[in-house]
Design a protein around this ligand. Structure first.
Ligand code: FDA
Length: 302
């Protein structure tokens, strides 16, 4: 309920005030800032995945410009020696407008990353995008087996079946690289688990299946009980350090992040940047348990 309240309040707050809360989650508005923040993370033994903010575009011409922006980001980050890869949202490249055009744009981006022996993660958006995003992965894996991976969401009831179906893309030489997260979109109870405990239970079940199949999981969560559950599974299956990684979002739970890095676990931070920060940061503010009170207080202080 508080989450819904925050999403209703934020659009009516002065943009400078929203930015004050949001900036903790965003690396900046320019690629140079994203590179600078990424290098600082690299200095503390954290890898990155840079994301250009923006989603659900409404004009196909924007997709062309967004693709060029990604190519530019890859060239600049590689030239700067950032230790990291890239994440993208298919609807930013036109998924809901023209599937084929979107595929061609993402293909060019993956091709560019592959020229640097690097990797593109396809983020998972809301449920109308799920099948289409899985199709993108299947097609791209044929041409670039080592350079592309996907995200799956433990809150969706279909996810374990999706992982099982995708196991055909997994092999000992090139383990299938899937980021597992809880899922941030508000889905209907018919297709999604809604309770914290149930989502966590399915998260660990999905992860255990991935480890049994010797896939490469990117364990994306800031939830301490889930991190602990994941650590137990990594130990149970004796998973080598180059066969998994933890992932967290920029600006979230830095202490938990440091504890994993200090214990020698590979960890990557999602580094979003760009001018279209509003949608992304609203989701982060909704997830911050301390934020509701702060926002409401700020609103009444004006
Ligand atoms: P949960 O939301 O239960 O939070 C656990 C604890 O973490 C909280 O109690 C709090 O302490 C802390 N915390 C979490 N968020 C915080 C915040 N914003 N500020 C301060 N503290 C916070 N989703 C999706 O649908 N598609 C995707 O492609 C991705 N991609 C992605 C990449 C990476 C690297 C991560 C880490 C996450 C995603 N997500 C995502 C988001 C994911 O689905 C989920 O919404 C968030 O990670 C929050 O879930 P947690 O697992 O952290 O648990």
């Amino acid at each position: 309920m508080i989450n819904k309240l925050i999403s209703q309040i934020l659009p009516h707050m002065p943009p400078q005030l929203v930015w004050m809360f949001s900036k903790q989650y965003i690396a900046g508005e320019t690629v140079e800032q994203a590179i600078e923040k990424s290098k600082k993370l690299n200095d503390i033994n954290v890898m990155t995945t840079i994301d250009v903010l923006g989603e659900f575009i409404t004009k196909l011409e924007e997709a062309e410009a967004n693709k060029r922006e990604y190519i530019n980001v890859i060239e600049k980050a590689e030239a700067a020696g950032v230790k990291g890869n890239y994440s993208l949202k298919p609807t930013f490249l036109g998924l809901l407008l023209d599937k084929e055009v979107c595929y061609q744009h993402i293909r060019e981006i993956v091709q560019k990353a592959s020229a640097y022996d690097n990797f593109i993660r396809i983020d998972m958006e809301d449920s109308p995008c799920t099948d289409m995003s899985i199709d993108l992965l299947r097609r791209l894996k044929e041409e670039f087996p080592e350079n592309v991976g996907l995200v799956l969401q433990a809150c969706l009831k279909r996810t374990l079946a999706d992982i099982k179906a995708l196991a055909v893309l997994n092999s000992p030489e090139v383990p299938l690289n899937l980021r597992l997260c809880k899922g941030v979109y508000d889905e209907l109870p018919a297709i999604a688990y809604k309770e914290y405990e149930t989502i966590n239970q399915h998260y660990l079940e999905d992860l255990e299946y991935m480890l049994q199949q010797k896939m490469y999981p990117a364990i994306a969560t800031h939830d301490k009980p889930l991190v602990d559950g994941a650590l137990k599974l990594l130990e149970k299956y004796n998973v080598a350090k180059d066969r998994y990684e933890f992932q967290m979002l920029y600006g979230v739970t830095p202490r938990l992040r440091a504890s994993l890095v200090d214990a020698g676990h590979p960890l990557r931070v999602y580094v979003p940047f760009g001018e279209k920060w509003f949608g992304y940061s609203t989701r982060r503010l909704q997830e911050n348990p301390a934020m509701a009170g702060v926002i409401i207080k700020a609103l009444f202080k004006k």
